[in-house]
Design a protein around this ligand. Structure first.
Ligand SMILES: [Zn+2]
Length: 371
């Protein structure tokens, strides 16, 4: 049921536009996926997400496995019905949170043993259980369990983590194949720190395992921008052209332009939602810090060209007031704008690829920056 088709390619860069078919409908790429960590994109409803143009969102396996857990979500036959989002969902494998959030994470021959950050209970996440959990979450796209390295990781550390990641990828593929259920896709994850040589090996051997799509993990973890782009540039061309390529956890609008140029199709990042709650609004002119006294009496919306609910109805002065008064509406209105901005920004990248005007789009993007 899962399919991907490239529908246009830039003649100036490696950028391409495509369409992914999933069990819950199509996704046009390049695409930005808002993050719904605990079964909600923080502070906004599924209807608001649709109005923002979101086509697919992320769910977090680690969090949803611990709370509310299998018995609750299975009663609703998966996450879509539970959270009232009837479009595609991608779930991560749980690995990133186990290593970053859980207590006492320890790699064992079976997988990774850890203690819940909520109540200290002991758990074991294996490639097989990760696939099983993503199965009952009913994700349209599942991710292989991987081990992400922190920055900086030495060549040896990154190689070791990628070897474990590759072994887990094989086991995830085995577990996925044995379910015989093709309505859920499975993506492999390229690791290897910021070492292009390791990334190339990782990409090549994962490609041989033949996944539905491929992701680059362990980027935007503190490395300089040029190293991130070198790393992504080393791996992306080695992944099959006819499969979607997803860069996990990146990034700023300018990073998305560079990564789309290198042939990336899918992105997720907490930046629009988290920064909205910190009073930062992304606009074509740059990033607005809503607490700035400059906006105290400003009757304009955050972005005059933006068609989101917030920009159609509210002024910077009002948004600043709400935020300073810690009114709950501030988080919702800011999130609506930021999610709309990211989703539409990546949609504009897609339109530029379709029209083969990627370079002029990029030039205009930088010319519009003021803040
Ligand atoms: Zn807006």
């Amino acid at each position: 049921m899962f399919k991907f088709k490239v529908v246009a390619e830039s003649t100036q860069t490696r950028a391409r536009a495509g369409v992914i078919q999933t069990a819950h409908g199509p996704v046009e790429t390049p695409v930005f996926m808002p993050v719904g960590t605990l079964g909600s994109v923080k502070s906004i409803t599924p209807e608001e997400l649709v109005a923002c143009g979101a086509q697919i969102i992320l769910g977090n396996t680690y969090h949803l496995y611990l709370r509310p857990g299998r018995d609750v979500i299975s009663r609703f036959h998966g996450l879509h019905r539970f959270m009232n989002w009837h479009h595609p969902i991608l779930t991560d494998s749980g690995g990133f949170q186990v290593f970053s959030l859980a207590k006492l994470a320890r790699i064992t021959p079976e997988g990774v043993a850890f203690q819940s950050h909520i109540d200290g209970s002991s758990h074991l996440l294996t490639p097989e259980t990760s696939i099983e959990i993503q199965g009952w979450l009913d994700a349209d796209i599942m991710m292989c369990l991987d081990q992400c390295t922190a920055y900086p990781a030495s060549f040896e550390e990154a190689r070791k983590a990628d070897d474990i990641t590759f072994e887990w990828a094989r086991r995830c593929k085995g577990a996925w194949t044995s379910t015989g259920d093709e309505h859920q896709a499975l993506f492999g994850i390229v690791q290897g720190g910021v070492h292009p040589e390791l990334r190339r090996t990782s990409a090549q051997r994962l490609a041989d395992l033949d996944f539905s799509g491929y992701a680059l993990g362990g980027l935007s973890v503190g490395e300089p921008l040029d190293r991130m782009l070198d790393t992504a540039g080393a791996a992306l061309p080695l992944l099959p052209r006819e499969k979607p390529k997803y860069i996990m956890g990146v990034g700023r609008p300018e990073d998305l332009i560079d990564l789309v140029c290198l042939g990336a199709d899918m992105f997720d990042c907490v930046l629009p939602t988290r920064n909205a709650r910190n009073g930062q609004l992304f606009t074509a002119r740059g990033t607005i810090t809503i607490t700035n006294a400059w906006y105290r009496q400003d009757p304009d919306p955050p972005d005059k060209a933006c068609t989101c609910y917030t920009c159609r109805n509210y002024s910077l002065a009002y948004l600043r007031h709400l935020f300073l008064a810690r009114e709950l509406l501030a988080y919702r209105l800011n999130t609506i704008h930021n999610v709309h901005y990211f989703v539409h920004f990546v949609r504009q990248l897609r339109e530029a690829i379709m029209a083969d005007e990627f370079e002029s789009f990029k030039k205009r993007f930088y010319e519009n920056r003021e803040i």
